[in-house]
Ligand binder design. Structure first.
Ligand code: GLV
Length: 307
């Protein structure tokens, strides 16, 4: 039996799953089920302790790309396989989200917005796309689409990841040592890394200080990778021109948080790339079938890497 447990779009996801996997018996939480029959779960943020109810659970299909919270749970035994979404329509959304900040930076819309507040009419020297150095942290399905989309528009794009990658027109770097040099040469830093023990706290005081004067930062993966106190300090010092933030350690961001007040910060409520029910269910159904045949699903989480 496949058990669906999600706080959002439950009805739609249930209908889509029934359609995509007619051969599977589907139940939808909180419908009562025989717990012994549940082998597969499709879920996003199920209640704490939920997984412990199913002694014969084999696999969990996450309705998202990031499985950091799933991996921190104590009710999910180590033998249960976790499959996350890879792309499933999120990569393009993320590229669009990044592009908004990139255009704001390159075409200086933030500076013109300030001029408007001051009723000033002052054309600024143009900055051409190829003069803007963009670094994308994370080169998985999402990061590589972000990087290649921006490179296709003429920006000078570098990428950074844990292991080596090769992407056309992207200068790919990997490993901790390469990061500092890259940050020194970055006008716009775009973070789409998964949250893992290795990446949590990565963008701390020391690393933000490596960015050149006037750089911008876009964080669209997880809040725990970016030190907000360090960010505020760098913004106050005018080293950073602006930050575009979609994710926070505590969501929603506390109403009294100093970030809300700032004209040099754009805050969005974790919408950079949302799960698209059709694409998500299509990928889950494909993966389910691959697994029935004994194959390896796309998005199989390697627990030792935490993504
Ligand atoms: C959203 O944050 C996701 O991980 O898909």
């Amino acid at each position: 039996m496949l058990y669906l447990c999600t706080p959002k779009e439950t009805k739609l996801l249930g209908t889509l799953l029934r359609h995509a996997l007619p051969e599977v018996e589907l139940a939808i939480w909180p419908q009562a089920v025989d717990n012994m029959q549940v082998r597969h779960i499709v879920a996003w943020n199920p209640p704490e302790g939920f997984f412990a109810n199913f002694p014969r659970l084999e696999a969990v299909f996450a309705l998202g790309a990031g499985v950091d919270r799933l991996l921190l749970r104590t009710d999910l035994p180590a033998h249960v396989v976790i499959i996350r979404l890879t792309d499933a329509g999120m990569a393009q959304q993320m590229a669009e989200y990044a592009l908004y900040g990139v255009l704001r930076y390159q075409r200086q819309f933030d500076l013109y917005q300030q001029q408007q507040v001051e009723h000033r009419w002052t054309p600024l020297p143009p900055r051409l796309a190829h003069e803007v150095r963009i670094s994308v942290l994370g080169l998985g399905a999402i990061g590589s689409t972000v990087a290649t989309t921006l490179a296709g528009l003429g920006y000078s794009v570098s990428g950074w990841s844990r292991r080596p990658h090769q992407l056309t027109n992207i200068a790919c770097h990997y490993g901790r040592q390469a990061l500092d040099t890259l940050l020194n040469n970055t006008d716009i830093l775009i973070n789409v890394l998964p949250s893992t023990p290795e990446t949590r706290g990565l963008l701390d005081h020391a690393r933000l200080a490596q960015l050149p004067q006037g750089a911008a930062i876009i964080n669209a993966s997880r809040g725990d990778q970016l030190d907000l106190d360090a960010l505020l300090e760098r913004l106050d010092a005018k080293q950073l021109r602006f930050a575009q933030l979609d994710v926070f350690d505590m969501e929603p961001l506390a109403t009294g948080h100093p970030l809300w007040e700032r004209s040099d910060v754009i805050i969005t409520p974790h919408i950079a790339a949302i799960t698209l029910p059709d694409a998500a269910v299509a990928q889950i159904a494909d993966n389910w079938r691959v697994m029935q045949r004994g194959g390896t699903p796309s998005g199989l989480v390697q627990r030792h890497l935490a993504y």
